[in-house]
Design a protein around this ligand. Structure first.
Ligand code: ADP
Length: 475
């Protein structure tokens, strides 16, 4: 039986800050159904939701870091709804602040994840060295593959790194390299990386993993076609024969729905009435456009969304936002609400997974104007709840939304093009075409079970690559 350790910064529903948490929460459960023994390891942040979990301390682990030995407590529980072992590493010095907001991008976060990488490597190097594959995710775990290659050599597991978003790379002053116990002059790839003064965690993962993947085929193509001449692009292109895109999927059991394509009309209309009431919006049958997103102005298309908001309202629509992150943009949306009227615009700057489901269910259209989108899960979830996605034709959005059949895509990242798609929404709302599109959305299957099959194949390929390089693992 293939044994895999999935390493990440979040795992839904215990720690969820965005789509990464959804994927790390869903994938191992589907892998388990395919006969893969998948375990997960994350930091034990103070924000972890452990109320309904049977959790116990399995042991202490001594970890060398920054010239000292730190003690971590290894807690174990089961990922809810499965038999998957979830390891949570507790250390209040490094993991007390994390888990509150995605992508803080500060030194404390860098230190926390360089320490986490060292902890996971020590865990694997100890008596846990029974894994066939270690599956790392994003920059948070980027150093693990390097440490394993360097310190376990021939008896290391095969390694994979998944790029969920290339724009977050985890860069830091190169002094962190010493803290983690990697001395300059000894590691060729690290010396090359730090020759410009800093280290890039994600790039280290890309350089040293047996295989690299990203989360949709189109995003994989976009990354390889990228014209930027950064070191990381150079490295990724040089490894293109070990790189592919696997579309993320949804764990539908986390998103219950009480209607399907045969009876959606009363189900959705009841959900819409309750939603309008809950958010104090005027109750009528105007089309409701929603967006649920991290408020990241570099990625999520907030500028063009802000441009088209007056058009949505003046054309008789309503707008609901559930999103948090960038404070400046939270305020801009609140100001737009004041200007456009609280009876038509609802701005909710919190993270609330239950409210998210009520919004998906009660909305007619769902907006995803992202400048780039590695995969995106919100379009899949919105289709599941019959809210028709309107999105920029990029990355995973392009791979999952069928133009005019399950949503509307606009090709150029501009408010004009976005607006043209919104006009189509107003034109078809409540027509036969609209009903057909909603039903086609409800009919889509983006189950994570499909992604799990592709990951299982990838794990097997990585094991083969490792064996070809070193022979079979002898533990
Ligand atoms: P990303 O990974 O870039 O954040 P995705 O579309 O892949 O974007 O996934 C976002 C996930 O986070 C979805 O499950 C979405 O419903 C959820 N989400 C985002 N913002 C919020 C919020 N403020 N409250 C509740 N859920 C949210």
């Amino acid at each position: 039986m293939l044994k895999v350790l999935i390493c990440g910064s979040e795992v839904a529903p215990v720690i969820k800050l965005g789509g990464l948490g959804d994927v790390i929460g869903a994938l191992p459960k589907s892998l388990e159904k395919l006969g893969v023994d998948a375990n997960v390891v994350v930091p034990f942040f103070l924000t972890a939701k452990t109320e309904n979990l049977k959790i116990y301390k399995s042991r202490d682990l001594l970890v060398p870091y920054d010239g000292n030995t730190r003690k971590i407590d290894v807690y174990v529980t089961k990922l809810p709804g499965s038999n998957v072992d979830l390891y949570m590493l507790k250390n209040d010095e490094f993991f007390s602040e994390g888990g509150k907001s995605a992508f803080l991008n500060n030194l404390a976060e860098i230190k926390a994840f360089s320490f986490f990488s060292r902890c996971v490597a020590e865990l694997i190097k100890g008596k846990f060295n029974t894994y066939d594959v270690v599956h790392c995710n994003d920059w948070h775990t980027g150093l693990i593959t390097h440490i394993l290659q360097d310190e376990l050599g021939i008896s290391r597991p095969a390694t994979i790194i998944t790029i969920h978003n290339l724009s977050y790379q985890g860069t830091s002053d190169s002094s962190i390299v010493r803290e983690i116990g990697l001395d300059p002059g000894v590691h060729k790839s690290i010396d090359w990386d730090t020759s410009d003064g800093d280290i890039n965690f994600l790039m280290q993962g890309i350089m040293s993993a047996d295989f690299i993947n990203t989360v949709s085929p189109s995003y994989a193509e976009e990354l390889l076609a990228s014209q930027d001449s950064s070191k990381i692009s150079e490295v990724l292109i040089s490894r293109k024969d070990r790189f592919l895109g696997i579309l993320n999927g949804v764990d539908y059991s986390s998103f219950p729905r009480d209607f399907d394509k045969t009876n959606w009309q009363p189900g959705k209309s009841g959900a819409k009435t309750r939603l309008l009431e809950e958010l104090n919006l005027q109750k009528n049958d105007a089309p409701v456009f929603s967006m649920i997103s991290r408020l990241d102005p570099n990625q999520k298309g907030l500028d063009i969304l802000m441009d088209v908001l007056p058009y949505i309202i003046s054309s008789g629509g309503k707008f609901i936002l559930l999103g948090s992150g960038n404070k400046e943009w939270e305020n801009k949306f609140r100001e737009a609400q004041t200007q456009l009227g609280a009876q038509n615009v609802s701005i909710n700057t919190v993270f609330d997974s239950e409210l998210a489901v009520r919004i998906y269910k009660g909305s007619d259209f769902f907006l995803i104007p992202s400048k780039f989108e590695p995969c995106g899960l919100t379009q899949m979830i919105s289709m599941w709840y019959g809210a028709v996605p309107v999105a920029h034709a990029v990355g995973g959005l392009k791979d999952t939304i069928k133009q005019g059949k399950t949503g509307f895509l606009f090709n150029t990242y501009s408010s004009d093009d976005f607006k043209k798609s919104l006009t189509k929404c107003f034109n078809i709302y409540k027509s036969q075409l609209y009903f057909d599109i909603v039903e086609e959305c409800l009919n889509q299957d983006f189950s994570v079970d499909k992604s799990a099959k592709a990951y299982k194949e990838l794990y097997e390929k990585a094991v083969q690559i490792r064996e070809d390089a070193y022979g079979s693992v002898c533990i």
